[in-house]
Design a protein around this ligand. Structure first.
Ligand code: GLA
Length: 383
């Protein structure tokens, strides 16, 4: 009898504990949904990911490292994102370290994950002045190569990389950041430009198109909200398109912050690029919780204050609401919105513009939980 009583009590305790556990989980997820955001109808569904809310609007993507795909961030990716961009693995230097040597492992592992899980994959990036291998621009004596040699190297690189991922990568950032940030300069004074002149841009698109005629080809750049730079990006893309170069989209990086873009800058930017008649994608979205600074700099005393305060959170929420409402307005032109990194656990902004200054630019916190900004963003979907 004693034994029976003890068993019964243990069972009751076990049931109670498990229900209390469920109760806590439900109430915390309700807190995240109904409690915090007043969502109605479709919204109260914790099985739904970010990508599902925006399924009728645009693809939601994320920049990844091969390492992240082996951690608990992998299941977050599968739940919330419909597309991936390799953060570094397909850049020219990492993937093509020496003239006769490609390093495929990291890029291949990301491609395999995308394939195995049915995610779309954006390729990034075929021609860029940063993270380009040093050998690309010089001969064995260390002298600068001729235009003919450099274009041949560019062709070999693009043909090899694009062919390898043909059918897996649906869109490529073909040329990255070729426009100058200087008001008085059109194209950036990069080795590409110095050696080849403007032609390397059109050539890169032609090589990519020849290697994979089905890939959607993008020109990608930042500071797109700046009116002067915006005009130059527009001029470049329109010029290529009018000349019959196979360019199909413009990528707006959208490395933004709590204090920019203004509603007006955003509206002007999206309306301008939508008028081009090519796809628009937001390719590298993040909202820094610090005021925007465009150049890296030394650490200052105030940079040690890095808590994610209620004030920073409120400003970030407002900015996320502003930009997603604007994306909704232009959803006919916008085919993708990609976040640059997965969660606040780690972002390139932790080291830019100030090394070691923690930032919180994304929609998931360091424990991979949706932030309040997530629920505010979700509310803009389907508008
Ligand atoms: C640019 C590049 C990205 C990345 C970020 C910083 O936006 O396009 O690949 O390097 O800078 O992480």
């Amino acid at each position: 009898m004693k034994q029976f009583l003890a068993l019964t009590l243990t069972l009751i305790l076990a049931v109670c504990l498990s229900q209390c556990g469920t109760g806590r989980a439900v109430s915390s997820s309700q807190n995240n949904t109904a409690g915090n955001n007043g969502l109605t109808g479709t919204a109260l569904d914790s099985t739904k990911g970010l990508k599902d809310y925006f399924a009728n609007d645009f693809t939601i993507g994320v920049a990844v490292s091969p390492r992240a795909l082996k951690t608990d961030e992998a299941s977050l990716i599968l739940k919330h994102f419909g597309s991936m961009t390799p953060e570094n693995a397909m850049k020219m230097g990492p993937i093509h370290p020496r003239e006769n040597e490609y390093f495929w492992r990291d890029a291949d592992s990301i491609a395999a994950f995308a394939k195995a899980n049915g995610l779309k994959l954006r390729g990034h990036t075929l021609c860029w002045h940063n993270q380009a291998p040093r050998w690309m621009f010089v001969n064995e004596k260390g002298d600068t190569v001729s235009k003919a040699v450099l274009l041949q190297r560019l062709k070999d690189h693009i043909t090899t990389v694009v062919s390898r991922y043909k059918g897996t990568i649906y869109a490529w950032d073909v040329v990255n950041e070729a426009i100058s940030d200087r008001g008085d300069e059109y194209l950036r004074n990069s080795p590409w430009y110095r050696i080849c002149g403007e032609e390397f841009i059109a050539k890169a698109f032609e090589y990519a198109h020849a290697a994979d005629p089905n890939a959607i080809l993008f020109y990608n750049d930042y500071n797109e909200i700046n009116p002067v730079k915006r005009e130059k990006i527009y001029k470049l893309v329109k010029g290529l398109k009018d000349a019959g170069i196979p360019i199909h989209g413009v990528g707006l990086q959208a490395h933004w912050a709590i204090n920019e873009p203004s509603a007006e800058e955003l509206e002007n930017t999206l309306s301008k690029f939508s008028s081009l008649g090519v796809q628009v994608q937001i390719t590298e979205l993040d909202i820094s919780v610090y005021n925007k600074e465009h150049n890296s700099r030394e650490r200052r005393a105030e940079d040690t204050v890095t808590a994610f305060t209620a004030e920073k959170q409120a400003k970030q929420i407002e900015m996320y609401k502003r930009i997603f409402s604007a994306f909704e307005k232009y959803k006919k032109s916008i085919s993708g919105v990609t976040f640059w990194n997965i969660s606040d656990r780690s972002s390139w902004l932790d080291n830019f513009p100030v090394r070691g200054r923690k930032d919180y630019p994304l929609l998931f916190d360091r424990n991979l939980q949706p932030k309040q900004a997530f629920w505010e963003v979700v509310k803009t979907a389907g508008r």
